[in-house]
Structure formats: C-alpha cells, structure tokens
Design a protein. Structure first.
Length: 246
C-alpha cells in the first residue's frame, strides 16, 4: 500500500512538470503602425483581435507570447533571422517569395479584401482588368490574387502604404480614388472617422484563409497551436472575439 501511494504521488508531481516543459516562450511580430481592429500600435495599449486569439491559445497550450513591433519591411527580415517566432494573420501565398521555409497553422479565420472607393468614384469591378489604368492603394508587401501580372506590367499602378490607415488618409486627401483594404479594418475606421464615412464599398473582393506563420525552428509548437485553434473554433471563441470588434 505504501509503495502504491508513493507511485501515485510521483505521478502527480511528474505529469504537470512534463506538461510545462513542452510549453515555450514565443515572440510574435506586429506592425508598428498597427492595423485596427486586428492589431493596435503599442502606444494605444489596446489588445486587438490577434492578441486576444493568442491569449486564448496560450490558455490551452501554456505557451507564453511576447509581442514585438516592427516596421513592415524590418518585420519580414526579423522573421527570416529568427528574431520573430510567429507572424499572425498570414496566408502562405503572401510569403511565397520568402527565402525561408515557414510553417503554418491550420486556418483560424478568413481575410476578406474589398475595393474601397472615394465618394462618387465607385465603378463596377467584375475582374482585375476593370481596374486597368487606375492607381490603387495597396499594403506594402501584400499579395493580391489575380493582380500580380497587371501590377508588374504597370497596367494597374500600385501605390504602397505601410498601414491601412495611411491608405485611407491618402484617399481622404484626394491622392487616391480607390484602395484595397481588409473588410474588418475598413468598417472599423469608417465607423470612427467622419472623413472616411462616405467612402463607397465596391463589389469586388477576394478571400484568403489566414493562419499563424511559424519560424521552422518552432515546429514543436505547431501541433499545440493547431489543437488549440480547433478547440477555439469549435466552441465559438474565435467568432466571439471577432464579433466584439465588429
């Protein structure tokens, strides 16, 4: 009986320790300028959708997430050098030119991009060719399905910005007539800034599944994160997080 009690006690001690050993401290990279409501710049001290999802994941995996902020170009370099472990809200096609073989989680949501027009500038866009000879605001480093050849040939002029807010401000100032923008971000700002409230949503859009991009040295964390995402999607937690910001 005493031997049995000793074995039980040892099992009770060992199991939690072995679980914690599997957890890691993981560095997450965010855009310095923010991308509300998905992310916010650090000086605003707001959480944002991606951080809330990571917090919920951490409760399942016991991983600790450390957040660092970079200008867009520097963040890509930091990831490739291993200074960042996770880049949130990424589709593999957006990083197809990367020199590093990244790992990707299962999808946790969908990014829906829309064409947003300045007041009285809206046109019908049924396919990319409808924007030929137009200048369109785009996010630096972003990939837009169906538009690559037209951008390369300059048949559509791409005007890059470092944040969606910057693109909205350019359009409000009359420097752009249309921009590509993530739908949640567009409605967030249009509901909060009068100078954006009369912009017109176009009929063209494209959707991409979004995931967490992991550095290849963090393969051990991938299974834990995938399992957590599946639970959070099944129990509605991720949908509730998005709904709070909409």
């Amino acid at each position: 009986m005493q031997l049995f009690r000793l074995q039980f006690l040892l099992l009770f001690i060992i199991v939690p320790i072995s679980f914690n050993i599997s957890a890691q401290q993981l560095t997450v990279g965010f855009n310095l300028t923010g991308n509300p409501p998905l992310t916010f710049p650090p000086q605003q001290h707001q959480i944002g959708i991606y951080r809330e999802i990571l917090t919920a994941i951490g409760k399942h995996t016991d991983d600790t997430f450390i957040y660092k902020y970079f200008p867009p170009k520097r963040m890509l370099v930091a990831f490739e050098r291993g200074a960042i472990d996770i880049e949130p809200g990424i589709n593999p096609a957006w990083r197809e030119n990367s020199d590093i073989h990244s790992l990707y989680s299962v999808p946790f949501s969908v990014s829906e991009n829309i064409v947003l027009f300045a007041r009285n500038k809206k046109i019908m866009v049924n396919n990319p060719k409808d924007l030929i000879n137009k200048r369109i605001g785009t996010m630096r480093g972003y990939f837009y399905p169906g538009y690559s050849k037209l951008f390369r040939s300059k048949r559509i002029i791409r005007e890059d910005g470092d944040s969606e807010l910057n693109l909205l401000q350019r359009m409000a100032g009359g420097r752009l007539e249309q921009i590509f923008i993530q739908k949640d971000v567009a409605y967030y700002w249009m509901s909060r800034d009068r100078s954006f409230s009369e912009f017109e949503v176009g009929n063209a859009n494209f959707k991409d599944a979004i995931m967490f991009r992991l550095h290849p040295t963090k393969s051990q964390a991938l299974m834990r994160i995938n399992d957590a995402i599946k639970v959070l999607k099944a129990n509605g937690t991720i949908d509730k997080i998005y709904a709070r910001y909409r």
